[in-house]
Design a protein around this ligand. Structure first.
Ligand SMILES: NC(=O)c1ccc[n+]([C@@H]2O[C@H](COP(=O)([O-])OP(=O)(O)OC[C@H]3O[C@@H](n4cnc5c(N)ncnc54)[C@H](OP(=O)(O)O)[C@@H]3O)[C@@H](O)[C@H]2O)c1
Length: 505
């Protein structure tokens, strides 16, 4: 076959369609599978991004057959998919979905699954390729991995690939994450392991790299000579939903700080990769994670909080200890904030303030670079009283985009300078809709592109930052804040002590 001269194989704008393959989801009846994974599979099919020879296998305990599973998949896709509903797309997909019933400790069920995969090679031409998604309670990882090893399902033989997708949390501390990594690496080879941090699948997070490395405007000021401080926020207005069991054991630092916030920090602070490849980008991120330093005085520069009853959007909200399933004396934190340093030439002396919390006033995730004040202002003090620091804000969600805040003259006969904003909004500039994070990441798994998945060393380096914090907090009470407020007072004091304050996004 001769290559199409109009198609440059390096042209990455062409739609990327994976080779024939199967996607096996363990825990297919769970919350994540229903809300995110099944809709993402439908969206990929709808955009024409799944191979013609494709099969979806679900595994769970429920006494179901293919028909019940197909119904669940259809309902989930109809309810949560991003792209419009098209019956003909669903009909095509419905012919490729299969359910295997069993418990994870049931050898027969895994033998059946292995058999089903071999059969699909013939009936659906999937070529032996398969990705296994562990959408299951983390405590079950070892059992399922061992079953895959026992049945030979994890083996990459010539001409076929086998990959595994692991959901966070990747352990609960450095020791357990090492153990988990060793276990996963003993069953799959490192390049076949995909650890999902769904924040990295978000368009704006990837745009951070475009913003920094495709432009001349920003990179020259992206350093401690010009940046006063960096604030990274992931705020949620909701409580813990029905996930008390999980949250009681986890808390805000393990749930969000260890993964999403440290990954955003790594992308913000990393050096330019030699090329835009998984290997190079992950190498640069790892260097940053290893260069992170905690404050010496954790009592002053790390704050944990817990929401009390309050008001949110005009409605009464219960306190954390009053939520269903939560211990009335619980000391689990629902808010965490910390001041970190990045010990590199570029960032020496620049504080990175990270915060996350539940039942805060707004759902917002953003990275804000706060610049130093101009070294000299040739105006009277009163002219610039309303002038703040210049800021570059990357809004990850919602209202994805970038805002630049700078001083501008107020119209009129006197010289008065005040802050104004220049906004780039994804939704306004592009007609293409962004894929949902899980859609993008699932596609990358099937393509074998690991760029947006943290490596095990990154996960371990992140736990090395969190462990001392957890140790310090172990016997302390979280600071109270009312639902609907921006966290405990101690978090404001942490910045005020250094003459700064949190943004109110
Ligand atoms: N939900 C989220 O939004 C979210 C967000 C980020 C990460 N995660 C991670 O994603 C994973 C899945 O979370 P989830 O919320 O979807 O959990 P979930 O709702 O509790 O679902 C668990 C699934 O695992 C199956 N399962 C559990 N024990 C089993 C066993 N012994 N044998 C066979 N199947 C078994 C259940 O099947 P049955 O129907 O048979 O019980 C169910 O399908 C977890 O690692 C979680 O930490 C979830």
């Amino acid at each position: 076959m001769t290559a199409n001269p109009l198609r440059d194989p390096r042209d990455r704008r062409l739609p990327r369609v994976p080779e024939p393959c199967a996607l096996v989801v363990f825990g297919i009846t769970g919350d994540l599978a229903r809300k995110k994974l099944l809709p993402a599979v439908y969206d990929l099919a709808n955009r024409g991004l799944l191979p013609t020879n494709f099969a979806l296998l679900g595994f769970a305990r429920r006494d179901w057959g293919d028909t019940e599973f197909a119904e669940l998949a259809r309902d989930s896709a109809r309810q949560h998919a991003r792209t419009p509903w098209r019956e003909e797309v669903w009909e095509r997909l419905a012919g490729s979905v299969h359910f295997v019933q069993g418990s994870f400790d049931d050898d027969n069920a895994f033998d059946e699954l292995a058999g089903a995969l071999s059969e699909l090679e013939g009936s659906h031409g999937i070529g032996g390729n398969a990705a296994f998604y562990l959408s299951i309670p983390p405590a079950m990882f070892p059992t399922v991995l061992k079953q895959m090893q026992r049945t030979g399902m994890a083996e990459n033989t010539p001409g076929r690939w086998r990959r595994v997708v692991v959901e966070k949390p990747f352990g609960t501390d450095l020791a357990s994450s090492r153990e988990l990594n060793e276990l996963v690496d003993s069953v799959f080879s490192a390049e076949d392991v995909f650890r999902i941090d769904h924040y990295l699948g978000k368009e704006t997070v990837q745009n951070l790299m475009a913003l920094r490395f495709a432009n001349e405007l920003f990179e020259p000021v992206w350093n401690g000579h010009h940046v006063d401080s960096v604030q990274i926020t992931m705020a949620e207005d909701v409580g813990i939903g029905g996930r008390a069991g999980f949250y009681e054991e986890t808390g805000a630092a393990r749930d969000v700080l260890q993964n999403h916030l440290l990954q955003l920090l790594a992308l913000t602070a990393m050096e330019e990769p030699v090329e835009f490849s998984a290997e190079e980008i992950r190498t640069e991120k790892l260097k940053v994670l290893r260069a992170i330093s905690l404050p010496e005085d954790l009592g002053a520069y790390a704050v944990r909080g817990q929401y009390q009853p309050g008001w949110l959007a005009g409605q009464r909200a219960p306190g954390y200890r009053q939520e269903d399933g939560v211990d009335p004396g619980s000391t689990t934190e629902t808010y965490a904030a910390v001041r970190l340093g990045v010990e590199t030439r570029r960032w020496a002396g620049v504080p990175f303030y990270l915060r996350t919390g539940k039942r805060l006033p707004r759902r917002v995730t953003e990275i804000a670079l706060v610049f130093k004040r101009a070294p000299h202002l040739p105006f009277a003090d009163t002219d610039t009283q309303e002038l703040g620091n210049n800021q570059l804000v990357v809004r990850v969600q919602p209202d994805e985009g970038v805002t630049l805040k700078f001083g501008s003259k107020v119209p009129g006969s006197v010289m008065e300078v005040r802050d104004v904003s220049m906004d780039f909004l994804y939704g306004e500039q592009f007609t293409e809709s962004s894929p949902e994070a899980y859609e993008r990441l699932l596609l990358d798994v099937l393509l074998g592109d690991a760029t947006l998945f943290p490596r095990n060393a990154e996960v371990e380096a992140s736990w090395a930052v969190i462990d001392p914090l957890e140790e310090f907090w172990r016997d302390t009470e979280p600071q109270p804040y009312r639902a609907g407020e921006w966290g405990p007072r101690a978090a404001d004091e942490m910045l005020a002590a250094e003459g700064r304050r949190w943004r109110r996004p």
